[in-house]
Design a protein around this ligand. Structure first.
Ligand code: AMP
Length: 216
C-alpha cells in the first residue's frame, strides 16, 4: 500500500508511521529524518539545509523531490511505502504524482491526522529525539528510563533545534500556508482519509488501521 501521512508537525506522523512500518513491513520514508541525517553527516546537502531547518522553514521543493525520487526507486518500496512529512506543498504533491506515474504506481490513500494547534505546541515543546536512532520521547508522557538516554540504543536524547518555541511558531505558520491546502488537493482526488489524532498512540493507530482495512 502506498500511503502518505499528512498532518501538522507534532501530530504523530513519525510515531504512527513507525508503527505502520512495523505492522505491515512497508518502509517509512521521512524526509525530515533524511535531511537531519545529512546535517549530522555534514554533507553538502546537510550544510545547505541546516539553517533552513533550524529556523523552521521549508527546504526547497527541488531538493526534497530529488530525495524522494531516489528513495522511491529503492527495491524495498515496491510492495508499498509510507511517506512521513512529504509532500508539504502543492508542487511537491504534483511532483510525487509524476514520480509515481513514471513507475506505474499511484497513491493508495492519504491519512490525515487531525490535531489542534494547542495540542501540537504542547507535544513539540516536550519532545526529545534520539540523536542516533531517531526514536521519539516526551518529557511528560513518554520519558526514557534514564533521563537523556535512549531506551533502545543508548544514544543521547536531544531537543531538535526546530522544537524550540520560535521555530514551532514558524513551522505551524508554514503548515497553515503551504501544507494545509493539500487537504483539499487530496480530497478532490478521493484519497483523503481523516483520523482523529488527539487520543492515545494506540487509539490513533487503531483508527488508522480501520481506514487501511477499508481500502483493501
Ligand atoms: P519533520 O521532521 O518532518 O518535522 O521535518 C523537519 C524539517 O525538515 C522541516 O521543518 C523542514 O525544514 C524540513 N523538511 C522535512 N520534510 C520537508 C518537505 N517535504 N519539504 C520541505 N521541507 C521539509
Amino acid at each position: 500500500m502506498n500511503l502518505v501521512l499528512l498532518g501538522p508537525p507534532g501530530s504523530g506522523k513519525g510515531t504512527q508511521g513507525e508503527l505502520l512500518a512495523q505492522r505491515h513491513g512497508w518502509p517509512k520514508l521521512s524526509t525530515g529524518d533524511i535531511l537531519r541525517e545529512a546535517v549530522a553527516a555534514g554533507t553538502e546537502l546537510g550544510k545547505k539545509v541546516e539553517p533552513i531547518m533550524a529556523a523552521g522553514d521549508l527546504v526547497p521543493d527541488e531538493i526534497v523531490l530529488g530525495i524522494v525520487r531516489e528513495r522511491l526507486a529503492g527495491e524495498d518500496c515496491r510492495e508499498g511505502f509510507i511517506l512521513d512529512g512529504f509532500p508539504r506543498t502543492i508542487p511537491q504533491a504534483e511532483g510525487l504524482e509524476e514520480i509515481l506515474r513514471e513507475s506505474g504506481r499511484a497513491l493508495s490513500a492519504v491519512i490525515e491526522i487531525r490535531v489542534s494547534e494547542e495540542e501540537v505546541v504542547r507535544r513539540l515543546s516536550g519532545r526529545r529525539t534520539c540523536s542516533q536512532c531517531n526514536a521519539i520521547y516526551h518529557v511528560e508522557w513518554k520519558p526514557p528510563r534514564e533521563e537523556g538516554v535512549c531506551d533502545i540504543c543508548g544514544g543521547k536524547l536531544v531537543q531538535r533545534p526546530d522544537d524550540r518555541p520560535e521555530a514551532i511558531r514558524e513551522r505551524l505558520r508554514e503548515y497553515r500556508e503551504q501544507t494545509a491546502p493539500l487537504v483539499a488537493f487530496y480530497e478532490k482526488r478521493g484519497l483523503l482519509r481523516p483520523v482523529d489524532g488527539a487520543g492515545k498512540v494506540e487509539e490513533v493507530a487503531a483508527a488508522i488501521e480501520q481506514q487501511i482495512a477499508a481500502l483493501r
